[in-house]
Design a binder for this molecule. Structure first.
Ligand code: SF4
Length: 123
């Protein structure tokens, strides 16, 4: 288990098609302000180790994040809204990481409930 004395390492996974036109501003604003999906880090240090999209060799990218010691993957708000198989992907990723199922905006999606799986590093 992680302690509050060391920075927790996280990464943000965004939707490939959205990344073609999104700058990541919403995710990064929320991260640096420790608000919305990142409010859980309000009282602790957090290190952003990766920001990557769902296309290409996703398993490879996740493996590199594991090698880097990443503990929590935020599956972004655009993944929650538009990625087919969002809930299944969260479950798959949760084998190796804690997962928070959104990044910025409302804690619950309009069409899809947020799926998060914690317990390894986050309560
Ligand atoms: S969650 Fe928002 S800011 Fe982050 S990549 Fe998706 S659309 Fe862009």
């Amino acid at each position: 288990m992680d302690t509050n004395n060391t920075a927790i390492k996280i990464a943000i996974l965004v939707r490939e098609e959205t990344a073609l036109r999104c700058t990541g501003k919403g995710c990064l604003n929320a991260f640096f302000a420790k608000k919305e999906g990142f409010e859980i880090y309000a009282d602790r240090e957090v290190e952003l180790c990766g920001f990557f999209h769902s296309g290409g060799e996703l398993d490879y990218k996740l493996g590199k994040m594991k090698e880097a010691g990443v503990q929590v993957i935020h599956v972004s708000t655009c993944m929650r809204g538009k990625y087919p198989g969002y809930a299944e992907l969260v479950q798959k990723i949760s084998v190796d990481f804690d997962v928070i199922g959104y990044s910025h905006g409302p804690a619950q999606g309009k069409t899809m409930e947020t799926v998060s799986v914690t317990g390894k590093y986050l309560l």
